[in-house]
Design a protein around this ligand. Structure first.
Ligand SMILES: [Fe+2]
Ligand SMILES: [Fe+2]
Length: 162
């Protein structure tokens, strides 16, 4: 079992890896679409784990958490722009690269500022383990849940439509 910091860092690396694979795959290829599906699934899980579990545990660092939430909204906005840009558009690749850039910048910043968080947040070893286990279990649950995966697809369709 691992602590919350390890869980987050490891999952950031999963997202970074999927991002590079997506960028490297030719536009319009099945591999690019498959990698995107996986990226959006893991991305959605990641945002929810942070919004629902990790950030609330760090509530005492209120200013940094407010910034992090604002960045999550920006990332979703850029995702919506990318999803709405057809692959025939000359902007398509740029919009997806922008999405990955804001996502990676946020993950880097998070690792710098919130993993671990500054005072007054003070998590003990056992609290970190408990938090990390809860996060890892919830990630696994969402990954294996048909309902949650339908939710990701529905949300993607919604972002595309509006
Ligand atoms: Fe985040
Ligand atoms: Fe993150």
């Amino acid at each position: 079992m691992s602590n919350a910091y390890d869980v987050l860092r490891a999952h950031h690396n999963v997202l970074r890896g999927l991002g590079s694979r997506f960028k490297a795959a030719p536009v319009g290829s099945a591999e690019r679409q498959q990698t995107l599906d996986e990226l959006l699934r893991e991305f959605t899980i990641h945002m929810r784990i942070e919004d629902d579990i990790y950030y609330p545990a760090l509530a005492a660092a209120s200013k940094l958490i407010a910034i992090a939430h604002a960045e999550h909204r920006q990332i979703y906005d850029q995702l919506a722009v990318a999803l709405r840009t057809p692959s025939s558009s000359p902007r398509h690749v740029d919009e997806w690269n922008s999405f990955l850039t804001v996502l990676e910048a946020h993950a880097d910043e998070e690792e710098r500022d919130l993993v671990p968080p500054p005072a007054p947040v003070d998590l003990s070893e056992s609290e970190l383990e408990e938090l990390g286990n809860r996060m890892a279990a919830e990630m696994e649950r969402q990954r294996n849940s048909k309902f949650e995966q339908l939710h990701v697809k529905a949300r993607t369709a919604l972002l595309k439509a509006f």
